[in-house]
Design a binder for this molecule. Structure first.
Ligand SMILES: Nc1ncnc2c1ncn2[C@@H]1O[C@H](COP(=O)(O)OP(=O)(O)OP(=O)(O)O)[C@@H](O)[C@H]1O
Ligand SMILES: [Mg+2]
Length: 255
């Protein structure tokens, strides 16, 4: 099976603190893999390694079979990877549509000259772009939001959905989602689960998901990896992981 993402014996230390220790992890093409674990286990730190924000203290990471050591975040994005953040990051003063359009433009900028001359190919591309935005708006149930509304004024759950739409708009085929259901109620989480299933098929995505909501994790993941104090303590299908004594201990704090 093709690996779109791989961590090989990755450790991350901050001063004397070992936040990630000897983690091996891979994401297969087309798969949804959940990364779970108690607060502070090192989950987001792993996303930061994969996206080039942190360099591992030891070990290495590959995206699409290519080592990412020394690559900048935008260079890793260019390999077809996009993420969302635990603390939502959007262009706060822009509308929903503009947030998505900017994500598209960053990866496929229309040439300045063409846009000034309004050439036929430019216009054709603009039409295509807007059609793509319309589809994303519909998939994420954002189509009825007023065009004037700034992202910062949207309810939390809506901002989270918009952030995922933006990640897809970059053209990425590998998505890293950091707690996409955080702050959502049960119904919103349920519909997010359906949406993630749908986008995986529609856009042929591979997804690495950090999430605390166990119903979401167990409902959509093929595999689950569990971190505790920076170490991977279990990995397997949802059922195997749920019944693993180490996982039960990590979550319940009992033997
Ligand atoms: N830049 C940094 N400098 C120092 N320590 C850091 C840094 N980034 C993360 N850490 C520490 O690494 C550990 C793991 O943090 P991380 O954010 O990866 O946890 P997490 O599993 O995502 O937790 P949560 O579920 O709360 O989001 C924590 O103890 C955190 O304080
Ligand atoms: Mg985190």
């Amino acid at each position: 099976m093709e690996k779109v993402l791989e961590l090989k014996d990755v450790s991350v230390h901050f001063g004397g603190i070992k936040c990630v220790q000897h983690v091996n992890l891979h994401l297969n093409r087309g798969e949804i893999l959940a990364l779970i674990g108690p607060n502070g286990a090192g989950k987001t730190t792993i996303f930061n390694v994969i996206t080039g924000i942190y360099q591992p203290t030891m070990g290495s990471a590959e995206v699409g079979g290519q080592p990412i050591a020394g690559l900048k975040t935008h260079q890793i994005t260019a390999l077809g990877l996009a993420r969302t953040f635990q603390n939502i990051r959007l262009f706060k003063d822009l509308s929903v549509r503009d947030n998505i359009l900017i994500a598209m433009d960053r990866t496929a900028p229309s040439s300045m000259v063409a846009s000034i001359l309004r050439t036929r190919s430019f216009l054709a591309r603009e039409v295509k772009k807007n059609t793509a935005v319309d589809e994303l708006l519909e998939i994420f149930s954002l189509q009825h939001i007023d065009e004037e509304t700034e992202a910062k004024n949207l309810p939390y759950g809506v901002q989270r959905r918009l952030e995922i739409a933006r990640a897809i708009a970059t053209g990425a085929r590998t998505l890293l989602l950091d707690e996409p259901a955080a702050g959502m109620n049960g119904n919103e989480t349920e519909s997010l689960m359906e949406t993630i299933r749908f986008i995986r098929k529609r856009f042929d995505l591979s997804i690495l998901l950090i999430e605390h909501d166990m119903r979401l994790v167990m409902g959509i993941s093929e595999r689950v990896a569990v971190l505790e104090y920076g170490k991977k303590i279990a990995e397997g299908n949802p059922k195997e992981v749920q019944n693993d004594p180490n996982v039960i201990r990590a979550y319940l704090g009992t033997e």
